[in-house]
Write a protein that binds this ligand. Structure first.
Ligand SMILES: C=CC1=C(C)c2cc3[nH]c(cc4nc(cc5[nH]c(cc1n2)c(C)c5CCC(=O)O)C(CCC(=O)O)=C4C)c(C)c3C=C
Ligand code: FE2
Ligand code: FE2
Length: 341
């Protein structure tokens, strides 16, 4: 029997610093997130970051937490419930970090008699810290606990016409009756080192140059270029001229160089240039979360207003909008209808 496991990033159990600390420990000790040898990673994460970050992050989570819980988890649950209505196979939900775990999700599917699993990492762009870490953990769990299961996954959908249609429509709706001078596409950043690691040709991704064209079978472009490709396809579809939009990368952590330009500095620069109204969309996230609701909608807005900006329009993520639910359901139904080898 076939079944589906949707996987998102995850959130702490609550906004208490001790829960945030436990969550950050699991998250940042992932070798595909902080990609250093274990001892050095443990020193940086447990010896430095976890001494200060949990309190600061807990305060940020408190600002965006809903009565029902973490926005990212509540929105993922709503997505799961709605997909369930359009499909005939069991649909489980798991988080890469925190609860419900991928192991719990696979167990839930096993209880329902599922042996063929379609894994859907809820990230449009493939990166070591997004899709890859989910695929690797799922395979490790399969080998250790679910050897009877067969797991396949959908490829990163950053350039899939269905996804581009939905994203374009969501942006169109978000901009309706809200004039803007500039539209910023803000993607979650990664350390530049992550891009170099995936650059098998060692030609290194250049800002306006050729893509490194990593040879990974899962994707054609490095993470950075997937972000540019999503932007190119969507702006082309919407007919937004080149001088009216740009790309930036948010949420950097630590002292290493991350993908540039940084979102906070870009927002500041727009304000200083005299731009009064800007819109911002965050296509690396399919569900609104700390990084969109706090870092962009609160901190970003504050930065913009401090330098003279007036209108800061944050376009919501795809969340559980109907066309997104129907798109994912259609992908699932097509997979269900395809005989497995
Ligand atoms: C080295 C650190 C990090 C990398 C690399 C990274 C990549 C990455 N993350 C997302 C998506 C999300 N990240 C979120 C929160 C978050 N991210 C990091 C660090 C790295 N992320 C931290 C420490 C945190 C926790 C909050 C904080 O202290 O700032 C979230 C929000 C989760 C929520 O509960 O709402 C998402 C979503 C992507 C897509 C990505 C690589 C492309
Ligand atoms: Fe992150
Ligand atoms: Fe590249």
């Amino acid at each position: 029997m076939k079944g589906v496991l949707l996987v998102n990033l995850g959130s702490p159990d609550s906004t208490k610093p001790k829960d945030v600390k436990r969550y950050l420990d699991e998250f940042l000790m992932d070798e595909r997130v902080i990609d250093l040898p274990w001892l050095l990673r443990a020193f940086i994460v447990r010896g430095i970051i976890l001494n200060t970050r949990p309190k600061k992050s807990a305060e940020a989570y408190q600002k965006i937490w809903w009565e029902e819980g973490s926005p990212l988890i509540v929105l993922s649950e709503k997505l799961q419930e709605k997909i369930d209505r359009f499909t005939d196979v069991p649909i489980a939900l798991a988080m890469r970090y925190g609860k419900p775990s991928i192991k719990t999700g696979l167990e839930e599917l096993k209880q329902k008699g599922v042996t063929e699993v379609l894994l859907i990492p809820l990230y449009p762009q493939f990166a070591m810290a997004t899709t890859e870490t989910i695929l690797v953990l799922a395979e490790q769990l399969r080998q250790a606990h679910f050897p009877e299961m067969n797991i396949t996954s959908i490829p990163a959908f950053y350039n899939h016409p269905d996804y581009i249609n939905v994203l374009a429509q969501s942006i169109k709706e978000g901009l309706e009756n809200k004039p803007y001078e500039h539209l910023l596409f803000s993607y979650h950043g990664v350390p530049e080192r992550h891009i170099r690691k995936s650059d098998v040709t060692k030609s290194h991704c250049k800002i306006n140059g050729e893509c490194c064209k990593t040879a990974s079978p899962a994707h054609e472009f490095c993470y950075r270029h997937q972000c540019f490709e999503t932007t190119r396809l969507v702006t082309q579809k919407l007919g937004i001229p080149e001088d009216k939009f740009s790309v930036s990368f948010q949420s950097r952590l630590g002292v290493d160089p991350w993908l540039k330009p940084y979102t906070d500095r870009t927002i500041e620069r727009f304000g200083l240039k005299g731009i009064k109204s800007m819109a911002i969309v965050t296509p690396a996230f399919v569900s609104d979360c700390l990084e969109t609701l706090e870092e962009i909608a609160m901190e970003g807005k504050e930065i913009f207003e401090e330098v003279g900006g007036q209108t800061f329009n944050v376009i919501p993520c795809l969340n559980d909008r109907e066309d997104w639910v129907k798109t994912l359901s259609r992908w699932i139904n097509e997979w269900v209808a395809t005989p497995q080898k």
